[in-house]
Each structure stands twice: as C-alpha cells, then as structure tokens.
Design a protein around this ligand. Structure first.
Ligand SMILES: Nc1ncnc2c1ncn2[C@@H]1O[C@H](COP(=O)(O)OP(=O)(O)O)[C@@H](O)[C@H]1O
Ligand SMILES: Nc1ccn([C@@H]2O[C@H](COP(=O)(O)O)[C@@H](O)[C@H]2O)c(=O)n1
Ligand SMILES: [Mg+2]
Length: 482
C-alpha cells in the first residue's frame, strides 16, 4: 500500500499495536469496548482526575507528536484536536518555542542561518520540558519571536500538568529520545506547492517577511531540510493525515482514539463488567466539592444527589429492553424501546438509603428493599437484616451503596440476593466511588455482577478507608457527623 493512501484505520491499528506496548502507558492501553446486545450503555471510563493517579500508581499523560513540513497545517490540526478534546485537559507545546537564540554574528547574517536544521533547536531543553510534563510537573516554556528571531528574555509561558500533551513541530520525530516520549505520532502530509503558497502568505502577513526573502529561504534551507530531515521522519508516524486540517474524518478518528485511550481505567480492562461513567469537568467539579472536608452539609447533599442521579441513570442503561413502537402526534411511527419493568432497588443501610431518592426519581413507583449488615462485637460475626420484595428472584436488582471500600458488606449483600434466587448477572451494584480492593473483591467472587461507579479511587488505607475518598458518606449525608 502506498504510504499516502494508508487507510486511517489501518494506521490507527498500528498505533495501538506494538508501538504502544513498548512504552510506559499506565492505564492508557485499551481493550475494545464490550456491550451486551440487550444493553445500550457503552463502557466508558475514567476521568481527567485519573490521568495521574489510578490503582497502580501514577498515570502519565498521553503524549501526541505532530510533525510535517512547514505550513502543512500542524498548528491547525492541533487546534482542531484540542477543540474536540474539550472535556480533557490538553496542552500544546510547539518545537518552535525551543529555537536557540542567535549569536550577534548570526543575527547580523540571519539570511544565512538555517532554521530548518535540527541544530537550530535546543532539543535538550525540549526533552527536559516534556519529561517534566509527563511526570505531572508544571514547566516554563520560552516564548519565541519570529520577527526578531529570538526568545523573549523576560517572559515565559507557564504550562501546567494535563491529560494530553501535544508536541508539534517540523522536526519532532527527528530525535529518537523525543520520539520515545510519544504515545502517538501524527504526520500532516500536505502538498509542497500548497505549503509554499501558505508559507508566503503567513510569513509576509504574520512574520514580517517580504516575498523575496521567503522564497530565498525556502529554496536555500526549507526545502533541502525538508528532504533531508522532515520527510525521512515520516516513517515514524502512526497516523498520516493527508490535507491537514481539511481532513475532518482523520481528525475525528484521532480524537475518538485519544478518548478511548484516556477513558480506560485498568480495572475496567481486567473486569469487563466494571463501568466508570464518562467524566466531564462537571462531574469532576462535583467530586471536588463532595470530597472537600469544608463543604457545607447542604452542598454535600446537593452535589452528591446530582452525582448519584448520573450513576443511577447510567446503571439503568445496563438493563435489558424490548423494542416498542409508538405513533407520534404527526401520525408517524416511532420505533423505540420499552423499559425493563421487572426491577427493584436494594439499599445497603444506612448510606445506601441516600441513593433511594434518585432511583425513585428515575423509576416511578419502584420497589426498594433494604439490607442491614451489622457487626456483632469484635469477633467478626455479622448479623444481616433484610426486607426485600417477595418476588425479588424475578427482578433485576440495583444494589445501592455510595462507597465500595473493602467489598465485604457488598459481598454479603450480593450473597444474600443470590440466596434469594436473584441471578448474579441481574445485579447491578451502583456507587459513587470505588476502591480497587473492593472491585477486586466483588468482581473475583461474582464475575457476572455489574458495577457502575463515578470514580475509582487510589486505594484503601490501613484503617480500610478509601483514599482519597470522601469520609463517612452516611454521616455527612444525613448530618450525623457533628
Ligand atoms: N486547510 C487549510 N486551508 C487553508 N489555509 C490553511 C489550512 N491549514 C492551515 N492553513 C493556513 O496555512 C498557514 C500555515 O498553517 P499552520 O497550521 O500554521 O501550519 P504549520 O503549523 O504546519 O506551519 C496558516 O496561515 C493557516 O491559517
Ligand atoms: N526565526 C525563525 C525561526 C523559524 N523559521 C521557520 O519556521 C518554520 C517552522 O515553523 P512552522 O510553523 O512553519 O512549522 C521553519 O521552516 C523555519 O524556516 C523562520 O523562518 N524564522
Ligand atoms: Mg505551526
């Protein structure tokens, strides 16, 4: 297959194959999403907040390299990707920012300076910057002035930690050490005549050049360096985008791919029945509020309720449905689906009761049973009280508990439901946050159980409390923590 005509999905495949396995990609490697034929819900997952921390320790940002000849549309493509990744934190770092300053002699004879040679860049500084960003540190990126051919001596651009780092520039694939930091490499492939025309327009309008100097520089340095350094680095690309920013299909596919890579928590890969709701800045904002120890009780309840509602809605998406046709007021037929009727909720008392209102708000007249697991003394003995619908074995059960910590109570509750005749696969356990230990505990014992959560936290501490967690949810929600 000629390189120019490489189908985007073919190169995508290459990107997620051996290339990725060779890199540290904690939590970013994904498996294909699974969905049951009767369940319209999509597997999606983790969040901006989990880009750096997950069950297996720090998670690194996703680094994308974008290369291509001058004026091929690199910056334009990056801007489009950033726009479409609106619910993730994305930073753009340009290789141009790392142009070396010129010596006075070089400045005097600037027309003889080759800005397209790899030596024109301070690659050590670029490497240092990307390495720091990968570790979650903020960096100061130089500001380069194309009119003066120098960096600003007194100002920098502060670039903060993010989920996605995009590094763009004509020679970002030239140095192997820089390439090795990238999780995905994109080459913007635009016809040379088009590039030259764009460059003339851009450099005369934006970079203070005249047409003659642009053409001279192009013939003397830009074109030879493209042939010697830029074009040979195209072979390192995972994805080649013909026509740059005009290629909306390619950009959509790239964005989808990045979403998938960012959206997969490791535990979701290990346990295909674990679902983490798709994170947005709204969801992250709500988590930030309810985890804040200083929040008022009123706000804690308000934002918990909002989040619980989202988890419940997502959980309902995993229920089976039947096809249903209705006639609209225009007299036309609309083919849709009918909700699953054989359904009930079961809350694990007491904190699970905080989720009952959201369930009632979503499912009119739903029956809700209760399970109370009571520790009897210090000998590990537990008493279980239950009040469950009589026909529970015929129902799908939404089991409610806002925090999954060790998984012990959840396992007892699930065991009881199974004893009552509920098939394991008919139980959906809904919670706001889950500790990895709890997920392991429940999913190993009940592999057909589904878990829907809004965030997976880092771990449990020695006191078996979820970290960072949100404290005693029931006490905070019902106001008994004073
Ligand atoms: N698809 C396009 N159609 C028309 N003009 C474009 C297109 N892509 C980029 N340009 C213009 O061409 C110039 C170079 O694009 P840019 O994205 O800055 O390229 P690069 O970063 O590769 O040098 C800019 O002035 C930009 O507005
Ligand atoms: N002082 C400078 C520095 C760089 N250039 C040219 O910029 C091109 C790279 O930027 P793109 O956005 O086009 O990728 C490169 O080809 C250099 O020739 C310059 O003209 N003056
Ligand atoms: Mg550019």
């Amino acid at each position: 297959m000629p390189e120019e005509t490489k189908a985007i999905d073919y190169v995508m495949e290459a990107a997620s194959g051996p290339h990725f396995s060779g890199l540290r990609l904690d939590g970013l490697l994904s498996s294909p999403p699974s969905s049951s034929s009767s369940s319209p819900a999509h597997r999606s997952s983790a969040s901006p907040s989990s880009a750096f921390a997950d069950a297996n320790g720090p998670r690194q940002p996703f680094v994308i390299g974008v290369s291509g000849g001058t004026a091929s549309g690199k910056t334009t493509v990056c801007d489009m990707i950033i726009q479409q990744l609106h619910d993730h934190r994305v930073v753009l770092v340009s290789q141009d920012s790392f142009y070396r300053g010129l010596t006075p002699e070089e400045s005097e004879r600037v027309h003889e300076y080759n800005f397209d040679h790899p030596d024109a860049f301070d690659t050590e500084q670029l490497l240092d910057c990307i390495k720091k960003l990968k570790c979650g540190q903020s960096v100061h990126v130089p500001i380069y002035d194309f009119k003066q051919h120098r960096r600003s001596s007194d100002s920098f651009r502060q670039v903060n930690a993010s989920d996605v780092i995009i590094l763009e520039g004509i020679l970002v694939f030239h140095d192997q050490r820089v390439r090795n930091l990238m999780n995905m490499k994109i080459f913007v492939d635009t016809d040379a005549d088009v590039r030259l025309a764009r460059r003339i327009r851009r450099d005369t309008v934006e970079r203070g050049r005249d047409v003659n100097s642009v053409l001279e520089q192009y013939a003397k340095f830009v074109k030879p360096a493209f042939d010697d350094f830029v074009l040979p680095s195209k072979k390192y690309a995972d994805v080649i985008i013909p026509r740059g920013g005009d290629n909306h299909v390619a950009i959509d596919l790239i964005v989808q791919h990045i979403h998938t890579k960012l959206g997969q928590h490791d535990l979701c890969k290990i346990y295909p029945n674990v679902y983490v709701i798709q994170s947005t800045f709204q969801i992250r904002g709500m988590h930030t509020l309810i985890r804040d120890r200083e929040i008022s009780k009123h706000d804690f309840v308000f934002y918990s309720d909002r989040l619980i509602r989202l988890v419940v809605e997502h959980g309902l998406g995993h229920l089976p449905f039947t096809e249903k046709q209705v006639v609209t007021p225009t007299g036309s037929a609309y083919t849709g689906v009918d909700f699953c009727k054989k359904l009930c909720g079961v809350s694990i008392v007491r904190s699970g009761e905080s989720m009952e209102n959201a369930l009632r708000a979503c499912c009119k007249g739903i029956k809700i049973g209760k399970i109370l697991i009571h520790r009897d003394g210090d000998n590990g003995k537990q008493l279980i009280y239950e009040k469950l619908p009589k026909d529970i074995s015929e129902r799908h059960v939404l089991l409610l508990d806002p925090v999954l910590a060790t998984g012990n109570s959840a396992n007892q509750a699930i065991e009881l439901l199974i004893q009552k005749g509920v098939p394991e696969s008919h139980i959906i356990f809904l919670n706001l946050i889950s500790a990895p230990e709890g997920i392991h505990c429940c999913c190993k014992r009940f592999p057909s159980l589904k878990i829907v959560t809004s965030e997976i936290d880092a771990s449990l501490n020695e006191e078996f409390r979820v970290i960072p967690g949100m404290g005693e949810f029931g006490d905070r929600y019902f106001g008994t923590d004073d």
